[in-house]
Design a protein around this ligand. Structure first.
Ligand code: PSU
Ligand code: MN
Length: 302
């Protein structure tokens, strides 16, 4: 096995029992300490309480890993952004140098697929950044969805991105985008975006059936399960938009580029909103973990 599985993850994968993959970039780069550690632990609890085994994915000392010990979660949370952010392109570099890296949605999908894990809960996927028509800054996440057979539960995509362009690229890559009990593609902090999703399903069992339909037909690649943030936790678009606009302008002024853009924007929006965006981010991660677990349970029922 290319990926080293924690014992409980290994047993579940072998038995075909439900497992939910989780990413490590959200811990090291997506949130400040100590909230990132609380989030990393709590999201695993949510998966366990709902009947699946959590498998947080990362690369540690050059080893591809699924299922981390608590001390390892703590290491990622405390060390934070000095741990390299590993997208798919970075995997061989990190492995060959035998160092530690935090996996993004793209590389987590790849490792989950290698490990035989079909469901993954994240906060929000990467996408086409605004002005991607000139910067070409389009997340590797969108490309990975064309390759790895994993269903990813996401609160849509962050409104720091160009959402219509993101959906166009997913379509080009042949990736189904399913609104989970919604007709709109959610905008991360906000439930609504005004942008319709191409298809809608209302239950975990229906999503599991679609996963089977896709992969049994030999259709390669992932599925985006777009799950809106709960109403009680959302920041309405009118409220968050000016903060996003401000953070984007600061990123441009400071010449932030490449893989630093997303972490910079998340951090600035947290500062500008005095932590409100962080609270919303954590709430939507938990909600995604709950739905992902329901899907993993339905998928395992066969
Ligand atoms: N969404 C979040 N928090 C995060 C990310 C997304 O709410 O930390 C991370 C994910 O790991 C995602 C990555 O894969 O940002 C996308 O980065 P980029 O835009 O550089 O591809
Ligand atoms: Mn990018």
């Amino acid at each position: 096995m290319k990926v080293q599985l924690a014992e409980d993850v290994r047993r579940a994968v072998v038995r075909g029992a439900p497992v939910v993959a989780l990413e490590s970039t959200i811990i090291a780069h997506g949130m400040p300490y100590p909230q990132n550690l609380d989030m990393a632990r709590e999201v695993e609890d949510v998966v366990r309480k709902n009947g699946a085994i959590p498998a947080t994915i990362a690369i540690i000392d050059g080893v591809l890993r699924a299922g981390l010990a608590d001390g390892e979660l703590e290491h990622f949370a405390k060390t934070g952004t000095t741990i390299p952010k590993v997208s798919t392109r970075d995997i061989p570099y990190i492995v060959a140098r035998k160092v530690t890296g935090a996996t993004t949605v793209a590389s987590t999908m790849r490792l989950a697929a290698m490990a035989g894990i079909a469901v993954f809960a994240t906060g929000g996927i990467g996408g086409a950044h605004r002005e991607a028509d000139t910067t070409f800054d389009i997340s590797n996440d969108l490309h990975e969805f064309a390759i790895s057979n994993v269903a990813v539960v996401t609160a849509g995509a962050k409104a720091i991105l160009d959402l219509p362009l993101t959906l166009e690229i997913l379509e080009t890559n042949g990736v189904p985008v399913v609104g989970f009990a919604t007709d709109e593609f959610p905008a991360f902090y906000s439930r609504a975006s005004g942008i319709p999703v191409p298809m809608r399903l209302d239950t975990a069992a229906e999503v599991a059936a679609m996963m089977k339909a896709k992969w049994n037909l030999g259709l390669k690649g992932g599925i985006v399960v777009a799950n809106p943030i709960p109403g009680a936790d959302e920041i309405p678009s009118a409220e968050i938009t000016p903060h996003i606009t401000r953070a984007l302008a600061e990123a441009k002024d400071q010449g932030i580029a490449g893989k630093n853009v997303t972490p910079f924007l998340l951090k600035r929006i947290t500062e500008i909103t005095a932590g409100r965006s962080l609270t919303a981010n954590i709430a939507l991660v938990m909600n995604n973990a709950r739905v992902a677990t329901e899907i993993a349970v339905a998928y395992a029922k066969g």
